[in-house]
Design a protein around this ligand. Structure first.
Ligand code: NAD
Length: 472
């Protein structure tokens, strides 16, 4: 059993001032695997003070020096990679393939951030004006549990590259993974105070960061509900804010699609990370005339999925991260039934043989109308809704008739038509016929999915202010 009772502040591990503890359970087995101590306002204020003190010197480092430090972090992560992956599987329940992806990508963010460290990204001429990009200040980075190393790394790499110092608050459900990252940060030996990490509750540690006058930037990934609160709290001190929030993404299957392939694509998009993904395509839009074909393909596709031990290489369906999240997903399945949707496959309860873990049966509803709760709200589990449409216009209208706008998927034979449909979807990213992983193209949402963009040069710019100097 692991114990996490220190925070990483001013370049070293320090005992937590906050005394509350919380147990960590393996979501696949229920086994107690760790205990962590939650930080409080005092711990957070210490971290903010360290980041503030470190900012003048760090913001004055050269691009070459920052590249060197980013490389050092990447190297330490490479050394600890196997342990990080094992911890991600044990604490979060992510299958080995997905945990490997999250954690290697976390390392790669520190490599990719070096590519944007080019002088032209920090200064340009415009007539008599010299436009310079300067780091915004201390950045507060708040992350969710569904890939915590990935989110911490993506934000930290961009912030450090920009010349900001950071205070990181990892998810409460990810402290064992965060501990390994903290040890990597310590080993990378950056100047004290450049990176600080405080574990603890969002309402205490997160809140102290979002309200602090000494923090100039917040980058938050999490739910829309909390994102609204953070945006509200950050206004008083006029912080720059990036919000990466929830989603309820559509997958539009066009009527010229090969239905077996299209459903394979839709189930992959919908069950990404067992539905615990902001970008999951949880509303499958099927042409009314081809519903029966789609139902047959869905049943076969779901039956072929391997549920089980996250350690096994072929596992696709993992447990929900916590008992509380399991209960929440179950309540949505009940709501779907109560509102009159029909279960095509799956349903309430745990799959047979997996009673010890927080496993949910992969569940697909048909007979769903777009106004139902299960079609509008983010469930964040393996629960998909099939909604029928009559023509492309109606498909686009249904796809956009939701408060979120993070992601969308389109599947069809005619590329030009698929692209025309994609161009009318109100979402930050749309994928046609393939699910791609591109951590250099902009990522972020429309509407209630948040604002601002991460990754690549867009991610860097989120931590920079623009100063224009005029001189003859
Ligand atoms: P959450 O909103 O409950 O928590 C996210 C983080 O915010 C946690 O670290 C939490 O402790 C902290 N927090 C909570 N209350 C706070 C407050 N008042 N002030 C400051 N910080 C506070 O989200 P979660 O359950 O951890 O993650 C799942 C959610 O994240 C889903 O809605 C999902 O869609 C979203 N998400 C979005 C993206 C994206 O890129 N758009 C990616 C992954 C997850």
């Amino acid at each position: 059993m692991k114990t996490v009772n220190q925070h990483f502040i001013n370049g070293r591990f320090v005992d937590s001032h906050g005394r509350d503890t919380v147990d960590v359970h393996n979501p696949a087995t229920g086994e107690l695997i760790g205990r962590s101590t939650r930080g409080d306002e005092v711990d957070t204020e210490r971290a903010i003070a360290a980041a503030k003190a470190a900012f003048p010197a760090w913001s004055a480092t050269t691009l070459e020096e920052r590249k060197e430090y980013l490389q050092r972090i990447a190297d330490t992560l490479t050394e600890r990679m196997d342990e990080l992956i094992a911890t991600t599987i044990a604490e979060y329940g992510a299958p080995v393939s997905f945990a490997g992806y999250i954690d290697r990508q976390a390392r790669d963010f520190f490599l990719l951030a070096q590519d944007v460290l080019k002088p032209e990204n920090f200064e340009e001429k415009h007539g008599n004006a010299t436009i310079t990009k300067v780091p915004v200040g201390v950045a507060g980075l708040l992350t969710p549990w569904n890939g915590n190393p990935w989110f911490i790394a993506g934000k930290t790499a961009s912030a450090l590259a920009a010349g900001c110092t950071v205070v990181i608050k990892p998810s409460e459900l990810s402290t064992l993974q965060a501990q390994i990252l903290m040890e990597c940060f310590e080993q990378a030996d950056l100047p004290p105070g450049v990176i600080n990490v405080v574990n603890g509750p969002g309402t205490v540690v997160g809140n102290t960061i979002t309200r602090s006058p000494d923090v100039q930037k917040i980058s938050f990934t999490g739910s829309t509900k909390v994102g609204k609160q953070i945006n509200h709290d950050a206004t008083e001190t006029m912080k720059r804010v990036t919000l990466e929030l929830g989603g309820k993404s559509p997958t539009i299957i066009l009527d010229d699609a090969n239905m077996n392939k299209a459903i394979g694509f839709a189930l992959t998009a919908g069950l990404l990370n067992t539905g615990q993904a902001c970008i999951a395509g949880t509303r499958i839009l099927v042409p009314e005339s081809r519903l029966e074909e789609a139902k047959t393909a869905i049943k076969a596709g779901i039956q072929a999925l391997t549920i089980g031990d996250p350690q096994a290489p072929d596992t696709v369906i993992q447990p929900m991260v916590s008992q509380g999240h399991y209960d929440r997903v179950q309540s949505y399945i009940r709501t779907g039934i109560e509102e009159g949707a029909e279960i095509l496959v799956g349903g309430e309860g745990k799959p047979e043989g997996y009673e010890a873990g927080n496993y949910v049966k992969p569940t697909v509803f048909v007979g769903v109308t777009n106004d139902m709760t299960i079609a509008q709200e983010e469930i964040f589990g393996p629960v998909l809704s099939v909604i029928t449409y009559r023509d492309d216009e109606e498909a686009i209208a249904i796809a956009n008739d939701v408060e979120y706008g993070l992601h969308a998927y389109v599947y069809g034979e005619d590329q030009q038509r698929a692209r025309a449909v994609a161009n009318r979807i109100l979402a930050g990213r749309v994928m046609i016929n393939e699910i791609v992983d591109d951590p250099t193209s902009p990522f972020g949402g429309f509407k209630m999915s948040g604002f601002g963009r991460e990754f690549g040069i867009h991610g860097l710019n989120a931590y920079l202010e623009t100063r224009t100097v005029f001189a003859n």
